[in-house]
Ligand binder design. Structure first.
Ligand SMILES: Cc1cc2nc3c(=O)[nH]c(=O)nc-3n(C[C@H](O)[C@H](O)[C@H](O)COP(=O)(O)O)c2cc1C
Length: 214
């Protein structure tokens, strides 16, 4: 069934290249604050992480980005998962987020990925409720399984860690950080003449920024 696209009402005011901050992380932070304030999303920090599989095929899935800054964009996952294997093979990835109406903003981030320090993984894992800390011990992410096997594995973990709160972080549950080389910002505008800006990290420090055609 074809999707009936309602005619959108985009803000007419234009974003100007000269008015943008020199640092794209500053712009990301400003847009993220708007997403939190306006869009009322449960996970405004969920972003699509795309990697290349060892045989060169693109694979995308959402992850929670827990922090961003000079140290990159931080996410946690099972190192044994498809994305963990992909990143061990080719440590480059992209993150993309779209904050829908009424904002209609997209941000793309591309660059190299490295395993973040253990303390980062420990800190984020410690923020999970105790109940959810057991699951990554019991589940080998992306492996074919059955509900019975998963429940049995979780019960076994619950027995093993009975009385312990919080649980330690499983060693395979790692933090990774994507270090942006380029960041692209897209804002919907009337007549689909959207605003697009790309920042590229310069070798000598700082960022080059340009407008892109929509
Ligand atoms: C909103 C949302 C947030 C998610 N956050 C994470 C996350 O932070 N880490 C993670 O490993 N998987 C997360 N997932 C699950 C992944 O999208 C994916 O199903 C899983 O990591 C296996 O992917 P892979 O086999 O390609 O590695 C999330 C899914 C959704 C829908």
């Amino acid at each position: 069934m074809p999707h009936q696209q309602p005619e959108p009402h985009h803000p007419p005011e234009r974003l100007r290249l000269a008015d943008l901050p020199e640092d794209p992380l500053e712009l990301f932070a400003a847009w993220y604050r708007r997403a939190v304030a306006v869009a009322h999303l449960r996970y405004p920090n969920a972003m699509c992480l795309s990697t290349a599989s060892p045989d060169g095929r693109p694979e995308g899935r959402f992850v929670i980005v827990h922090a961003w800054g000079e140290d990159g964009f931080l996410f946690l996952t099972d190192a044994r998962s498809a994305k963990g294997r992909a990143l061990a093979h080719l440590p480059y990835a992209s993150l993309a987020v779209y904050w829908g109406a009424p904002l209609e903003l997209q941000v793309r981030v591309e660059g190299g990925v490295e395993v973040a320090p253990e303390e980062d993984a420990d800190r984020v894992f410690a923020q999970r409720p105790r109940r959810s800390q057991a699951t990554p011990w019991a589940s080998r992410q992306s492996e074919v399984t059955t509900l019975e096997a998963l429940e049995a594995s979780l019960a076994e973990v619950d027995r093993r860690f009975a009385g312990r709160d919080p649980l330690p972080r499983p060693p395979h549950w790692r933090a990774y950080r994507l270090l942006p080389e380029t960041m692209e910002f897209w804002a919907a505008r009337p007549r689909r003449l959207h605003d697009r800006f790309r920042y590229r990290r310069l070798a000598g420090g700082g960022w080059e920024r340009v407008r892109l055609a929509p």
